[in-house]
Write a protein that binds this ligand. Structure first.
Ligand SMILES: O=C(O)[C@@H](CO)OP(=O)(O)O
Ligand SMILES: [Mg+2]
Length: 402
């Protein structure tokens, strides 16, 4: 029933208009389809991405024949085989964009063959909540030029009863930010993830974010909290060992820690991602020691969903949260191992999109199956709302089951 009968690979468009890999897996009774997303502010330790067309044409001979006949419900076996065929430790031979789409499509085909949704196939009977949506409402950095220094100014509906209410509240904050920008005569386009990308300073962005949050919180009656993704590797200059901001400010790693800790207190931030660059386990640890009791200090480029790097972070006490991006590591099994390692050590996990996305909704299922605290997947834009809308549907099914 779950034996793989056919596999199709093709290139499709991502939200930036670039080519990406899509995989389809057919079993006797099931079908699964998944596409690889792509980053702009990618960590240097992420698994390797190959040119999609090239990766597909080589896979037709070197990968697909090995997968036909394999049991799609044996996810660990499927992913081990992908590693074996590749033979490197970062999928540099066959490409993590190829493997992640195949690995996820296999899981979806297995779920479909069992006639259950993916979140249930992977999460089982004890899944009892959907992760809260963490969404980018103002942004800049590598996702938009002439905008904020920090890559993402985020909101999360910490007080919402249902994820559905939270998703609509985030959208309302996004719209309110636009109103406030217009009132101040500031024109803004949107960045890669649909966040407003105004030509303003980070302190001004915090001001607008805080005002928008308070207006929408008053209306909805529940707490909405701010967060940021600094994406600090983008502003770190390894030669001088300093963080260089585009406004001319430079900060030493110690000054960067103090700066971020002050922002956490000034704006009551509940979530800070990549406050320091991707090699700085000890700088992360200093910030985590100082603020980890009141804010999630999350590693994205630091950990790249890689168990070796997460283990290193655990031994340094670098973070209390791990960002999870399946395409950073290349298979569902590796993703699951990263989540389990983090959760075993009491770290929170946040399931995440990439800045280059497709209408694929798999991460909504993974966020529920693995009981992540948040899902970071934007606020507006079709490739983002596809996931949010799926999350609402899954939440309904979870409630119906209770
Ligand atoms: O830094 C990030 O967290 C992501 C997604 O928001 O961006 P990118 O996909 O460009 O790495
Ligand atoms: Mg990030």
């Amino acid at each position: 029933m779950t034996i793989t009968r056919a596999i199709t690979l093709r290139t499709i468009l991502d939200s930036r208009g670039r080519k990406t890999v899509e995989a389809e897996v057919r079993t006797e009774h099931g079908f699964g389809r998944a596409a690889a997303p792509g980053g702009a502010s990618t960590g240097i330790y992420e698994a390797a991405v190959r040119d999609p067309a090239l990766a597909i044409s080589e896979a037709e001979n070197q990968v697909i024949p090995h997968l036909i006949g394999i049991d799609s419900s044996d996810q660990i076996g499927v992913d081990a085989l992908l590693h074996e065929i590749d033979g490197t430790d970062n999928f540099s031979k066959i490409g993590a964009n190829l493997t992640v789409s195949l690995s996820l499509a296999m899981a979806k085909a297995a779920a479909d063959s069992r006639n259950i949704p993916l979140w249930q196939h992977l999460g089982g009977i004890f899944v009892d909540y959907a992760p809260r949506p963490l969404g980018n409402v103002i942004g800049g950095g590598a996702h938009a030029s002439h905008a904020t220094e920090f890559q993402e100014f985020l909101v999360v509906p910490t007080g919402c009863e249902s994820v559905r209410d939270g998703i609509f509240a985030n959208a309302q904050v996004h719209a309110t930010v636009h109103d406030l920008l217009k009132k101040r005569g500031i024109h803004a386009g949107k960045g890669d993830e649909g966040a407003w990308a105004p030509p303003i300073s980070d302190p001004d962005a915090f001001g607008i974010l805080t005002e928008a949050i308070s207006l929408v919180s008053d209306e909805t009656g529940f707490e909405i909290s701010p967060g940021i993704d600094v994406a600090a590797s983008q502003m770190y200059d390894p030669e001088s060992g300093m963080y260089r901001y585009r406004d001319g400010t430079t900060r030493s790693p110690e000054e960067q820690v103090t700066y971020i800790a002050d922002l956490i207190d000034e704006y009551d931030l509940v979530y800070v991602e990549d406050p320091l660059h991707e090699e700085d386990y000890t700088g992360f640890a200093a910030l985590n020691r100082e603020t980890g009791n009141r804010c999630l200090i999350c590693g994205d480029d630091l950990f790249v969903t890689n168990t070796k790097r997460i283990q290193e972070g655990i031994s340094h006490g670098s973070a209390n949260c791990v960002l999870i991006k399946p395409n950073q590591i290349g298979t569902l099994t590796d993703t699951c191992e990263a989540i389990h390692l983090a959760q075993r050590h009491g770290l929170e996990t946040v399931m995440s999109h990439r800045s280059g996305e497709t209408e694929d909704t798999t991460i909504a299922h993974l966020g529920c199956a693995f009981q992540c605290i948040f899902i970071k997947t934007g606020v507006v834009g079709g490739e983002r709302t596809a996931k949010l809308n799926e999350l609402m549907r899954i939440e309904e099914s979870i409630y119906e089951r209770k």
